[in-house]
Design a protein around this ligand. Sequence first.
Ligand code: PRP
Ligand code: URA
Length: 212
Amino acid sequence: MADEMKVTVIDHPLIQHKLTIMRMKETGTKDFRQLLEEIAMLMTYEVARDFPLEEIEIETPVAKCKANILKGKKLGIVPILRAGLGFLSGVQNMIPNAKVGHVGMYRDPETLKPVEYYCKLPNDVAERTLLVVDPMLATGGSAAAALSLLKEKGANNLLLMCLVAAPEGIKVVNEAHPEVPIYVAAIDECLNDHGYIVPGLGDAGDRIFGTL
Ligand code: PRP
Ligand code: URA
């Protein structure tokens, strides 16, 4: 039981197909970014499946009626820089009114520990559901630190959406933030000695921004 992971895998065939192309080493920056945006849209559609609705009265050009809208807390999107930015536009396409906060984290290449370098959030984070996005969940250090930072800033309703995760990273986030639901498109085998996900897709930030 101690090793059980709490995670939702969104493995729709379209997502699997697009992710496979992203993984290929010959896929270039333009296609990589485009596919990531498309997957972000598809994943957001699934993440939002559990969002509560409320009924309101409206008037169409034809008649009055009752119809559903999203209920409750407004959404905020928080990409973890840099690679999280590649996930942002796809989520925004689905939820265009969401405010956006940015958290800057990079992984120290020696220690693999996250280093925070930037944080700018909407001033009402306590009243929002925050969808934290980062394509890669490897050791879990960056995501766990970003979630802790957001809690320190007053956030109390958090979701984490990643593209590819290692089991190690899921367990770290589960342990540090057991109440935060995690959504991923794939759980890969393991981490290598440099903390890269195997088979993974390489360095997501470099592939998004062409800094290989
Ligand atoms: C990558 C990725 C995550 C982090 C995951 O960022 O985008 O934020 O690594 O690794 P972890 O789970 O072991 O913390 P990176 O540090 O490469 O920075 P970048 O996005 O600016 O390239
Ligand atoms: N960050 C990445 O971009 N890729 C990995 O495999 C691990 C961390």
